[in-house]
Design a protein around this ligand. Structure first.
Ligand SMILES: Nc1nc2c(ncn2[C@@H]2O[C@H](COP(=O)(O)OP(=O)(O)O)[C@@H](O)[C@H]2O)c(=O)[nH]1
Ligand SMILES: [Mg+2]
Length: 340
């Protein structure tokens, strides 16, 4: 009969001893307890054969190795339900995060309308934290309550597992947003924890990627022009929100530009570029990690991130510039091709 536990006298075990019990491997370390007691794992037969004794001492069980021969519990099969979600090779990986119900969050926290410089700068600070954690990000673009992070098309981060990449980005972004809140809002307290959704989108060509970024910047422009007119009508002309919306219904960009100029003496093109163009974060040439594995597997993630964030190196540059035209890409060819 096989005992459910083996009680071994202390003198029989050693510092380097490995007790091989059937397919289960136990590593032993010194212990103050008098005996080593090895319990039977469920369903596994334990036999004391293979016990190697090199040195006298007293040891306790500290670790069950997880090598290929490791014993499996009867529950192990549930791992088969986990699915892998690798990003297609050779595609740009874009992670976009977006604030959850930020119409309410910005109201509760008294954001300036239509743009709050503190809120937008806080978003960029959180995005910079994400960029300093992941060197594989070649560019980030943000506007309103969203940020897009572009990972190099050859990046090997987390074996390109989409959910692993995306959840790491979104959770670090959210925690950084919360951490840095007081720096931007001073004594105005955070009323509740903000959250963000995240998604991964793959773009197979440079053109597709540029068009994606152009789409987000065009969205920034369209919304900002509309919101600037809307809030001017409400705040300075005293229109109700419904009336202001009526007034702007069906208008073209040129109509809105004209409205701002004629009624408020505002030249839209003179408004801050942060509001009109959003924020583009890029890295200085030579600092993009385009293909190498994201980290030495032996180094723990936290150490890596901590080091990167603690570093004083200028890891990123924030621009408020046009990324729709060719000029930006001609001026910064290293973004798409770090080898240049
Ligand atoms: N007042 C103000 N509101 C902002 C600012 N940035 C973003 N928002 C709000 O955040 C919303 C973001 O849009 P969207 O993600 O579609 O809406 P959500 O589902 O409520 O997060 C905008 O509609 C605004 O209400 C800002 O700088 N100032
Ligand atoms: Mg949102």
């Amino acid at each position: 009969m096989i005992p459910s536990a083996l009680i071994l006298p202390r003198q029989t075990l050693s510092a380097q001893a490995f007790l091989r019990l059937s397919t289960v491997k136990f590593a032993l370390q010194p212990s103050k307890s008098r005996y080593l007691s090895v319990k039977r794992t469920s369903g596994q037969l334990i036999s004391p054969c293979g016990l190697q004794v090199q040195q006298l001492g007293c040891y306790r069980l500290v670790h069950i190795s997880s090598g290929p021969a490791m014993a499996k519990s009867k529950f192990e099969y549930v791992r088969q339900f986990e699915t892998d979600d690798p990003c297609l090779p050779n595609c740009w990986v874009v992670v976009r995060i977006d604030g959850k119900a930020f119409h309410k969050f910005t109201d509760v926290h008294h954001y300036m309308k239509p743009n709050d410089e503190r809120g937008l700068s806080l978003m960029t600070r959180a995005a910079q934290t994400v960029m300093s954690e992941f060197n594989e990000i070649v560019l980030a673009y943000g506007q309103s309550d969203e940020y897009s992070f572009v990972f190099h098309k050859n990046c090997k981060l987390y074996n390109r597992r989409a959910s692993k990449i995306m959840t790491n980005v979104v959770s670090l972004f959210a925690s950084s947003f919360t951490l840095y809140w007081p720096r931007f809002f001073n004594s105005q307290e955070l009323q509740y924890p903000p959250s963000f959704d995240g998604r991964v989108v793959l773009y197979p060509s440079d053109e597709n990627l540029k068009d994606y970024l152009s789409w987000r910047q065009a969205d920034c422009h369209i919304n900002n022009l509309y919101n600037t007119c809307f809030w001017k009508l409400v705040q300075e002309k005293g229109l109700s929100p419904n009336r202001a919306a009526e007034r702007l219904k069906g208008t073209l960009s040129s109509d809105k530009n004209e409205l701002l100029f004629a009624e408020f003496n505002i030249n839209y093109n003179n408004l801050p570029e942060l509001y009109r163009k959003g924020a583009v974060i890029i890295r200085p040439k030579g600092t993009i990690d385009d293909a190498s594995p994201s980290l030495d597997k032996s180094i723990n993630n936290h150490t890596r991130g901590h080091d990167a964030r603690a570093s004083k190196k200028p890891m990123s540059v924030v621009l408020h510039t046009d990324i729709i035209g060719k000029q930006f890409w001609e001026d910064n060819p290293h973004i798409l091709n770090p080898k240049i």
